[in-house]
Design a protein around this ligand. Sequence first.
Ligand SMILES: *[C@@H]1O[C@H](CO)[C@@H](O)[C@H](O)[C@H]1NC(C)=O
Length: 567
Amino acid sequence: MRPDSPTMAAPAESLRRRKTGYSDPEPESPPAPGRGPAGSPAHLHTGTFWLTRIVLLKALAFVYFVAFLVAFHQNKQLIGDRGLLPCRVFLKNFQQYFQDRTSWEVFSYMPTILWLMDWSDMNSNLDLLALLGLGISSFVLITGCANMLLMAALWGLYMSLVNVGHVWYSFGWESQLLETGFLGIFLCPLWTLSRLPQHTPTSRIVLWGFRWLIFRIMLGAGLIKIRGDRCWRDLTCMDFHYETQPMPNPVAYYLHHSPWWFHRFETLSNHFIELLVPFFLFLGRRACIIHGVLQILFQAVLIVSGNLSFLNWLTMVPSLACFDDATLGFLFPSGPGSLKDRVLQMQRDIRGARPEPRFGSVVRRAANVSLGVLLAWLSVPVVLNLLSSRQVMNTHFNSLHIVNTYGAFGSITKERAEVILQGTASSNASAPDAMWEDYEFKCKPGDPSRRPCLISPYHYRLDWLMWFAAFQTYEHNDWIIHLAGKLLASDAEALSLLAHNPFAGRPPPRWVRGEHYRYKFSRPGGRHAAEGKWWVRKRIGAYFPPLSLEELRPYFRDRGWPLPGPL
Ligand SMILES: *[C@@H]1O[C@H](CO)[C@@H](O)[C@H](O)[C@H]1NC(C)=O
């Protein structure tokens, strides 16, 4: 068996040099592919990345699939023709603001395919983009092969949605998906659809692009914590996080009640993974593999302990670039004619002959080098930001979201607040006998007896923004008033974003109001838990006053929102 060569994670240059000095002699007569010299199943050699590309593409396609699925299910209600923040209004305002610019300039400020489409039926446009994305991503997910055109299409489609998605798409993971997806384009051959495109070995530059991405993500997240909140320095953040995170799940309920020393341990491990482990990337093949394994385990723990949409699944993707064919071989079945077998054969062929440089390969190399230069150039502001004591998080520095800065949970909220929407059929909202009934959201805490949800990697965008709204006011979030208006009209589209409508099968409510509550987990074994309650809640006060459809008319007109219901 060939010994592992030590620093295979080194950049392309040193690898090429090492390959010429390869001392291992070729066997006299090459053994049958898939078998070692002694006839035992052969192991793949280190330092090639054919299988890595397949795994990377499938993982990326999975995340794209989830993202387009969320878009398909929720875009119409959020940004469609009658959405809570219609993207047509947004595009029109944007156009008006830049009316003295050329259309190319407007496009480059906010690149989206929607500029080229007919705006009279925005719902169909949004559905079309999401369905195309679903189709392409499922193809890549199932087959494990893709070309640059398909990957560029996925990227363009998702960017078209993110850029018109307003606050609903303002999360760091949207930019992170676009950046990961952009790198994914360069993983593939231009045109060939093959899992093992013989003339296009996986580019080292792209692999380093992925490693550089995960380095920035983790270090950014680690530094923002140390700088952002004292509880990360005195190791108390995890005492709060499980309860106050945006969408707790049932596991978080139990983790929240772990002993204090366990929370200290968690916080320390978090710092270790985010601040130290990223440097393993640069310490050679073995350290890079350890980095990959640790990061993927860390993300798995985060998935189990909270509903952070597809963020953690996405963050696993760039770490895969640490694993070469020898590491990933176990994922693939062996046997004659199998992928593994063919990779082994290709590893032998490459070592045997020095292929004539093909024109395509030269162009390819030039393209990859240009990509490397572009990434390096775009990384300058990102590195400056990481080094700055006034680090910002989750920012993109260009409209294409290519090289961004990340960071998560820089500060931890210590108390959980919730906005609860209520309606009443009473004609007098201030009458003491008016009965107010709660609307339930799909995932966010509401009814204290309802078990926390478990939805990762899926994501409810409205629920997530309700979490932010709870520590701001309704004036910062006028979409919540739009939602209230739609509830007053029992608008079916808006109600599809919710889990329970107390007025189902009845006339719509006369009044809708928002109430502000403090939420805490109940204590396992305590009185509330015995009553089946996961949460204990206490009213803080009004979030927005009782509203009727009639009153909302001018508010809607000012904002260019279509009037709901029979107005
Ligand atoms: C509504 O109820 C409040 C409190 O009982 C009362 O003061 C007010 O006059 C009522 N308004 C109408 C229009 O009946």
